[in-house]
Design a binder for this molecule. Structure first.
Ligand code: BES
Ligand code: ZN
Length: 624
């Protein structure tokens, strides 16, 4: 009964129109469908939720702020008097509806969550907020010209998990899906790109030497996927619907590395159904980008460190592309269930990798992932190894090896038990059934029981679904993978450990084999043995950053002074958190030598890191 009243009241608002146009891409969904509680957001979606965001912002590089308006379209219960938004440090100038001022309050600021911003609706279902972001907004990195290849200003955003509230006043919860449009004004000639359809490829004259770029995202997305970059950008097509954006001096190398994009899309579509987002471009960012990749819809953001010159790290693109199904189409409703995004995606990444580059390469990746998972299982608190978690407000979930590797292992185990045809059919139907909707561990388990297990008691007990999701460690049906390509690596490690020379086979090894070699060499090596490795392979300057990282960890563990300059270069030439944090942590564990080095390098490098990485590294290098 209540439901019917809700739907009738909403029918008068533009929301229904938005749903109707989505008929092409997914079923119309009740805009007030129930959501689990998200303790990382102040929103109260059962009462009122944002359904559309319309930005009109000026990017001010001098002051490092966005300034302008954000119009929100709201779906609300008929009796809702207020809406609660997430606001992390935004300077609010006014909130209006149809030119009329609305009352609002901003509550106490929390360092991670920001503050609740409560607007008295007074019947309004569309509100306009006039505001400005702060120069230290945690989602934004305003780069100085020296930090870019083109030596021009550059800006990019990183929304996941809860940073977009530092530049957009909306409800920042992954279950509250929103469509968006934007008009972004810049001075001079930089280009603006967003995770949306580009309506003005070359911008429009906005007077005063300014240009305006307009965008539209007609599909409902979780708000952490709203993303922007501004800089000296050029574009090259890879296929009719796929392409690459970079600064001009990087475009040749990037395009060469990205040639497999269209093939990856076809593999994913064959497995999981149509790619529903129109174009698929990647943006290769300056080196301070804090992640390997970020799956912003239509426009994946990538670290330039994925350019190895031999396409050996393109699984990163496969991963971000896979999020077009797992994550962007079907989305974890709360961050404690992020394995539903990342574990599924890691599984799909492996399937794409296997189809494109063969089973051996895929098996080797699985063995590396299994080894990383075992290291975590041995060191982490048991409670930290559970897939479904309920972290406190703004707190981190489980370690990434649990979310990614244990999560993927659950799906690989299901695959082994039911067979590929069955799991592929099931996953494809799962993405169709839940397209453009949030997901929880509980809903997923109910869905797989209904559509795959179907009351088969024997299958139910073989799968151990509840153990996988709710218990620590690995269930007994997880099987250790093997890869024949690692047999010769194991022999080479033994030979070196027994005093032999570094393996000559290195020259022909793949990235995974090189990583396996460096990861399984004895953790303690005398200086002469490290010299032998460095002299044979030039590891201090090797172009593949994953390999160089594994080497530097080994070097640091042995306080190997000849790598000091290489450590400094590594920490100052890129800002990927996955590399940066463990390197500083390894240094800090090495007494005066490592701590002195870490502090000296950090003093110089910190300003170049993204705010997200600064926070993590501050804790490591300057522990309070
Ligand atoms: N969505 C993640 C990046 C992310 C995770 C941002 C958590 C913020 C919080 C992205 O898809 C990812 O997993 N990137 C990996 C790539 C990899 C596993 C191939 C990365 O950045 O290392
Ligand atoms: Zn991911």
């Amino acid at each position: 009964m209540l439901r019917r009243t809700l739907l009738t009241s909403i029918a008068a608002t533009p929301i229904l129109a938005a749903c109707a146009t989505e008929g092409q891409t997914g079923p119309a969904v009740d805009p007030m469908a129930p959501l689990p509680e998200d303790n990382s957001s102040y929103a109260r979606p059962a009462e009122a939720r944002v359904s559309h965001v319309s930005l009109d912002l000026n990017a001010d590089f001098e002051r490092k702020v966005f300034s302008g308006t954000c119009k929100l379209t709201i779906a609300a219960r008929p009796d809702a008097r207020e809406i609660v938004l997430d606001n992390k440090g935004l300077v609010i100038r006014s909130v209006k509806s149809n030119g009329r001022d609305l009352q609002y309050t901003v509550g106490t600021h929390h360092e991670v969550l920001g503050a609740p911003m409560t607007v008295q609706l007074d019947g309004a279902r569309e509100i306009e907020i006039d505001y400005e972001s702060r120069p230290d907004a945690s989602a934004l990195q305003w780069l100085t010209p020296e930090q870019t290849a083109s030596h021009k200003h550059y800006l990019f955003s990183q929304g996941q998990a809860i940073h977009n509230r530092s530049w957009i006043p909306t409800q920042d919860s992954p279950g509250i899906r929103q469509t968006y449009d934007a008009r972004i004004v810049v001075s001079g000639d930089p280009k603006v790109v967003m995770s949306a359809e580009m309506l003005t490829p070359n911008g429009e004259d906005a007077g005063d030497g300014k240009r305006a770029f307009r965008f539209r995202m007609p599909q409902r997305i979780p708000p952490y996927l709203i993303a922007i970059a501004i800089g000296d950008l050029t574009h090259r097509d890879i296929s009719q619907r796929a392409g690459v954006y970079t600064e001009p001096s990087v475009i040749d190398a990037a395009a060469a590395e990205c040639v497999d994009m269209e093939n990856m899309m076809r593999v994913a579509e064959t497995l999981y159904g149509e790619y529903r987002w129109g174009r698929y471009d990647v943006l290769v960012l300056p080196p301070s980008f804090p992640y390997g990749g970020m799956e912003n819809p239509r426009l994946t953001f990538l670290t330039p460190t994925f350019i190895a010159g031999d396409r050996s790290l393109v699984n990163l693109i496969a991963h971000e592309l896979a999020h077009s199904w797992s994550g962007n189409l079907v989305t974890n409703a709360v961050w404690g269930d992020s394995w539903l995004n990342e574990g599924f995606t890691t599984y799909i990444e492996g399937r794409i990798d296997e189809e494109l580059f063969g089973t051996e390469r895929a098996r080797m990746a699985e063995v590396l992932s299994w080894a990383a998972l075992q290291r975590t299982l041995q060191t982490a608190e048991p409670g930290q190894t559970i897939l479904h978690q309920n972290p406190g407000p703004g707190e981190d979930g489980p370690p990434s090896t649990i979310v990614y590797d244990k999560g993927a292992w659950m799906l690989r185990t299901i695959e082994r038990i039911v067979g590929r045809t069955q799991i592929d059919t099931y996953l494809r139907s799962y993405f169709d059934r839940h397209a453009f909707q949030p997901m929880t561990s509980e809903w997923f388990l109910a869905d797989i029981r209904e559509h795959l297990v179907r009351g088969n008691a024997e299958l139910e007990s073989q799968l151990m679904l509840d153990q996988w999701v709710y218990q620590p460690g690995l269930p007994s049906n997880a099987q250790e993978p093997t890869a024949t390509g690692f047999n010769e690596v194991a022999q080479a490690v033994t030979a070196f450990t027994n005093g032999g020379a570094p393996s000559q086979a290195w020259a022909n090894w793949s990235t995974a084999q090189r990583q396996r070699y460096l990861q399984t060499l004895p953790r303690e090596l005398p200086r002469a043995r490290l010299d032998a490795l460095q002299n044979a392979y030039g590891l201090n300057t090797i172009g593949n950053m994953e390999v160089r990282y594994d080497w530097l960890i080994l070097a640091i563990n042995n306080r190997y002074a000849p790598s000091e300059a290489a450590i400094e270069t590594f920490l100052t030439s890129q800002g990927r958190g996955k590399f940066i944090r463990p390197i500083y942590a390894a240094l800090m564990a090495q007494g005066d030598w490592g701590q002195g080095l870490a502090r000296r390098i950090y003093a110089r490098a910190r300003a170049g890191y993204h705010p997200i990485v600064q926070v993590g590294a501050d804790r490591i290098v300057n522990p309070s």
